[in-house]
Design a protein around this ligand. Structure first.
Ligand code: NAD
Ligand code: UD1
Length: 338
């Protein structure tokens, strides 16, 4: 089975390609490398001992996509390609709407033209907004998104729902990720953010390695047990394995399906700091800082629908997530390099 993996050179995409190859699928990576390096593709081959086709191509490039579909018999698409930086989306919304929404429309048009109507899409817990109480369930109303990045996820979900409703040959899995962290056990692939990280764990790893002086804990006055924000961290390998189940789903049944991919457990910022200190064997310096605008107190999933319908559940705990994040960071202090 050939699976086109858009954004396959990125953090979650690279881990998913490893699991696809391990399971006997034939992933084809399409990525414009705007937020990744071709080195990750080399390392996917190194870890699995298998070859993988790579196209440097933009999802907005219809001719480029048509060529990929003409050269390969693609059974399904896993669609990771997109921009994901929340503050950047606020300062440059048009780029986000063009890349994420425009790109997804061009991709779906190329898929339909090629007769490949099976897609797994990287959505986010951000579509629940701030009004819904955790644990978040798929049948809750979508919330008001607080930034253009989140709005792109909400709109792409709607575009895929409408597309499935318009043509019964389509099948889509909308996967709402919670907070992916960790890295492959080999320490050869992991998250490699550009510049100063926005997200908690990449920031902590850079403090632990000495690149950043301290972590700013954004708010200690939330209505949570220790006052810091609570999130549902999920190991990226568990997340990757969820995509294999979602591919089986879209290949086996038509329609539009929505699943949370989370663990169902919430950890506070300070609990993550503590788990990370245990993993790296040294203290992580932090200071209490103001709340980050747009943040909510608590966000964690009810993951039971994915367990019941896909037969998937996350099995890796917070200690393993921190150990694997640390192994990647300590063995690759400069990520994939230049
Ligand atoms: P990432 O930036 O590491 O990977 C995305 C990849 O897409 C990158 O390799 C980038 O070069 C590529 N890309 C971007 N625009 C493209 C385009 N127009 N054409 C071709 N390639 C393009 O990010 P990630 O963390 O692996 O996230 C993957 C997906 O999951 C994204 O859609 C993201 O929004 C979504 N998501 C991520 C998180 C998270 O915390 N990491 C949470 C929820 C959802
Ligand atoms: C953020 C995005 C979300 C996106 C997700 C994955 C915002 C508002 N939300 O989610 O849309 O889908 O990343 O990319 O940006 N924290 C600190 N100090 C830091 C960084 C984070 O204390 O330097 C805290 C945050 O306040 C939060 C927790 O750590 O309580 C997790 O933050 P983060 O990793 O950025 O993820 P989210 O905010 O859940």
């Amino acid at each position: 089975m050939s699976i086109l993996v858009t954004g396959g050179a990125g953090f979650i995409g690279s881990h998913t390609c490893v699991e696809l190859l391990n399971a006997g699928y034939d992933p084809i990576i399409l990525d414009n490398l705007c937020n990744s390096k071709s080195e990750s593709v080399k390392r996917i081959k190194e870890i699995t001992g298998k070859d993988v086709k790579f196209y440097k191509c933009d999802i907005r490039d219809r001719e480029g996509l048509d060529k990929v579909f003409a050269e390969n018999k693609i059974d399904a698409v896993i669609h990771f390609a997109g921009l994901k930086c929340v503050p950047e989306s606020i300062s440059n919304p048009l780029e986000y709407y063009d890349n994420n929404i425009g790109g997804s429309v061009v991709l779906c048009e190329a898929m339909a033209a090629a007769g490949c109507k099976k897609i797994v899409f990287s959505s986010s817990a951000t579509v629940y907004g701030s009004e819904n109480p955790s644990p978040l369930k798929e049948d809750m109303p979508e919330g008001k998104t607080t930034n253009p990045y989140g709005t792109t996820k909400l709109y792409i979900e709607r575009i895929l729902k409408d597309t499935c409703a318009s043509d019964s040959e389509w099948s889509a899995c909308l996967l709402r990720y919670f907070n992916p962290i960790g890295a492959h056990k080999s320490g050869r692939i992991g998250e490699d953010p550009n510049g100063i990280p926005n997200n908690l764990v990449p920031y902590i790893t850079q403090v632990a390695i000495g690149k950043l002086d301290h972590l700013n804990v954004n708010g200690d006055d939330y209505p949570t047990p220790d006052g810091t924000g609570v999130r549902d961290y999920i190991h990226v390998v568990d997340l990757a394995l969820g995509h294999l189940k979602a591919v089986e789903k879209v290949l086996g049944e038509n329609g539009c399906f929505t699943y949370n991919l989370g663990t169902g457990n919430g950890y506070s910022v300070l609990e993550v700091v503590k788990a990370f200190e245990k993993a790296c064997g040294k203290p992580v310096k932090y200071v209490i800082a103001p709340r980050r605008p747009g943040d909510i107190a608590t966000c964690y999933s009810d993951p039971s629908k994915a367990k019941e319908e896909l037969g998937w559940e996350a099995v890796r705990g917070i200690d393993e997530m921190c150990e694997d994040s640390w192994r990647w960071q300590s063995q690759n202090p400069d990520g994939y390099g230049d």
